[in-house]
Design a protein around this ligand. Structure first.
Ligand SMILES: N[C@@H](CCC(=O)N[C@@H](CS)C(=O)NCC(=O)O)C(=O)O
Length: 304
């Protein structure tokens, strides 16, 4: 996937270079003027980045800054992985602040964190790190077999279900749900970056493998995941029993996107009608860990 991202970014750099070369042959003063403006913007951005880093480094001992993508109108973030980590921070009662100014971190992905001046990427690695740093283990009461099940479900949700859902979000829906979710109106101005993002995601999905299947095949995988999750959850309040644990953060992060940010998708009704225990689970997790949900939205309390 890194290779695809590299090709995409090299391609756009090459296009910019060709554009500048063309402008230089047509109008040199305009090219120089444009260059000065771009340089001024870049320098301003570098200064701002430095200031932000300094601010994050001084946030306080052991205060986590969670950097994430897309504060939404309906969910605190439109990213399942950001919701996963934000939910974990709440479950572990770790002091944290959200930041949406620099969503992509050291691994070029969202979320990432800054803690005590150090940055770190990947929701799972971050959770593992925070768990040992703050001495939190929500799965300690599980036996080895249950731990194996919990880990398998976490991997299924993060590395399979989430990818099947990307097919709806970025390919079938072309990013429309995301545009609406972050409070923008579908227009030429919003469609162009979304088309670029959608194209980029298609490349990732092809490299991962899921993007080589038909929509129907991908949807059947997703439905199989939902069935397995619903069957395993049964009448339990949380996936592994009476109390939420780490795997619930992954599951909630994914399912909550379906409930709020997948308008028109076949998955929304699946959650509410076919597997109502999963729908009730989302509500339960939200009430338990996000009592201030409405305050965390892009426009606080808009839907109250
Ligand atoms: N394994 C990573 C996955 C993170 C991920 O894929 N994040 C998406 C947002 S939902 C992202 O950063 N997408 C931007 C991109 O791929 O360029 C994690 O768990 O943190």
């Amino acid at each position: 996937m890194e290779v695809v991202a590299q090709i995409v970014s090299n391609q756009s750099k090459w296009n910019i270079f060709r554009g500048v070369k063309w402008l230089w042959t047509k109008n040199k003063p305009l090219t120089v003027g444009g260059g000065v403006v771009v340089a001024a913007f870049k320098i301003r951005e570098v200064i701002k980045r430095r200031q932000r880093r300094l601010e994050w480094a001084n946030a306080g001992r052991d205060v986590v800054i969670l950097h994430g993508l897309g504060r939404g109108l309906y969910t605190p973030s439109v990213s399942p992985y950001v919701m996963k980590l934000a939910t974990y921070l709440r479950m572990a009662n770790i002091e944290h602040k959200m930041d949406f100014t620099e969503p992509l971190g050291p691994k070029g992905k969202s979320p990432w964190i800054t803690i005590n001046g150090q940055s770190m990427g990947d929701s799972q690695l971050i959770m593992d790190f925070l768990g040992s740093h703050f001495n939190k283990d929500f799965s300690s009461h599980l036996n080895d077999e249950q731990k194996a099940v919990a880990w398998s479900f976490a991997v299924m949700v993060d590395e399979h279900l989430a990818w099947t859902l990307k097919d709806w979000r970025w390919v079938r829906d072309g990013g429309r749900g995301v545009i609406l979710g972050i409070g923008l109106r579908p227009s030429l101005l919003t469609w162009l970056p979304m088309m670029r993002m959608s194209w980029k995601q298609k490349g990732f999905m092809r490299a991962q493998g899921i993007g080589r299947h038909t929509h129907a095949e991908i949807e059947s995988f997703a439905r199989r995941n939902f069935r397995a999750l619903s069957n395993y959850l049964g009448n339990k309040p949380f996936l592994m029993g009476d109390e939420p644990c780490e795997v619930d953060c992954s599951l909630f992060g994914c399912l909550v996107q379906i409930r709020y940010n997948y308008p028109g998708s076949p998955y929304t009704s699946l959650l509410e009608h076919d597997y109502p225990n999963l729908g009730a689970y989302v509500t339960r997790m939200k009430e338990r860990l996000w009592p201030d949900w409405d305050d965390c939205l892009l426009i606080p309390n808009l839907h109250k």
